[in-house]
Design a protein around this ligand. Structure first.
Ligand SMILES: NC(=O)c1ccc[n+]([C@@H]2O[C@H](COP(=O)([O-])OP(=O)(O)OC[C@H]3O[C@@H](n4cnc5c(N)ncnc54)[C@H](OP(=O)(O)O)[C@@H]3O)[C@@H](O)[C@H]2O)c1
Length: 329
């Protein structure tokens, strides 16, 4: 099969097409003929050599999510059959003609979705459900803040938080991006380049924050949280260390705050299967009802994965960047 591989750590140009053997599914796995693969920021970190895949994942083929048709099922798979249309969360290997997924990490392509739309879902839906709802314990009527509102994660978090009855605040790097967030249902969009999000939101207060920025956002987030508030990290793009900034840990006691976070990729297959089941029960009805819009910023043929990565690194995109498999027939 054809696959896009990371030939060495580096810039987008290190992504190359190579011929590789088509993988074979183990007992609990399926082989998916990939029609579309989502790009996620962690793929960029992996390409640069800063986010090594777990030992059990494909080592040099990136790609954490795909949509396509099941081509073959392992001996113990009972819930899927050849020909089923699925989208799947992967630990890697999505930028290829065929990809292996755990059967328990596949979900049906939602009603009326094409493969491009379906491929845009798994990584962000799994991440947001776990971090905003399971860890962040977001519930109806609460105030929710997500930073990076037009990232793949952001567009998913805004829409799911609204669907579950939260008031949603978000930050983004331009007025155009803020308007896009409002279009997805956010109540307030703050251009962090021209406004201070803490000043803007301090009269409101926030119950749960999904943060991918870190750095100097950390003390601001902590000050903004209401009593029993939750701060959940999924990345710290501006740094994980508090250089030149201070956090008042007294506020954590006084307001009984919870500070937590997680990374999805290294979690066990069992954990991801349980998460997929919960998503099927709670999130898929929202998506199937038509209330959830996919936002596809750009599509590239798989062979142009390097251009797709270069676009992601500009951070100009709004929503998801998708690779379409020109080798699928
Ligand atoms: N923990 C997990 O399990 C997990 C899983 C998936 C993704 N993630 C993380 O979630 C984040 C979003 O992922 P994604 O795939 O949705 O990414 P994405 O679409 O590329 O979006 C990232 C956005 O973050 C904003 N940003 C803010 N500060 C930034 C900085 N210092 N450097 C670069 N961008 C910055 C940019 O928008 P502005 O113009 O608004 O700044 C950018 O568009 C990433 O940090 C990723 O690593 C974590």
């Amino acid at each position: 099969m054809k696959a896009i591989i990371i030939s060495q750590p580096g810039g987008p140009e290190v992504l190359r097409m190579e011929e590789r053997p088509t993988p074979q599914p183990a007992d609990n796995q399926v082989l998916i003929k990939v029609y579309a693969a989502g790009i996620n920021r962690p793929d960029v970190f992996q390409r640069k050599g800063n986010y090594p895949p777990p030992a059990w994942a494909p080592q040099d083929i990136p790609g954490l999510e795909v949509a396509g048709i099941i081509e073959q099922v392992g001996h113990q798979v009972t819930n899927w059959k050849k020909g089923d249309a699925v989208c799947a969360l992967l630990a890697g290997g999505g930028y290829a003609q065929y990809a292996i997924a755990q059967a328990g990490h596949c979900l049906p392509v939602p009603n009326g979705f094409d493969f491009v739309q379906a491929a845009s879902l798994p990584e962000t839906v799994f991440t947001v459900w776990h971090n905003a709802f399971q860890r962040g314990k977001l519930i109806e009527g609460e105030n929710f803040l997500v930073h990076g509102g037009t990232s793949g994660i952001g567009i998913t978090a805004i829409q799911l938080a609204k669907a579950f009855g939260a008031k949603v605040f978000t930050t983004a790097g331009s007025d155009e991006k803020c308007n896009a967030c409002l279009g997805l249902g956010a109540d307030i969009g703050i251009n962090y380049k021209t406004e201070d999000f803490e000043e803007n939101l301090k009269s409101e207060g926030v119950d749960a924050i999904l943060d991918m920025v870190g750095g100097d956002y950390i003390p601001k987030n902590i000050r903004l949280l209401r009593e029993d508030g939750r701060l959940v990290f999924i990345n710290t793009m501006k740094g994980s260390k508090l250089e030149g900034t201070e956090v008042d840990f007294g506020l954590i006691m006084k307001k009984r705050l919870t500070i937590t976070g997680s990374t999805l990729r290294n979690r066990s297959d069992e954990f991801k299967t349980e998460l997929a089941n919960e998503i099927l029960d709670n999130v898929w009805p929202v998506i199937n009802s038509g209330k959830f819009k996919t936002v596809i910023a750009a599509q590239f043929p798989m062979n142009e994965a390097s251009q797709a990565h270069a676009l992601m690194e500009t951070s100009d995109h709004i929503g998801k960047i998708i690779l379409v498999n020109e080798w699928a027939s």
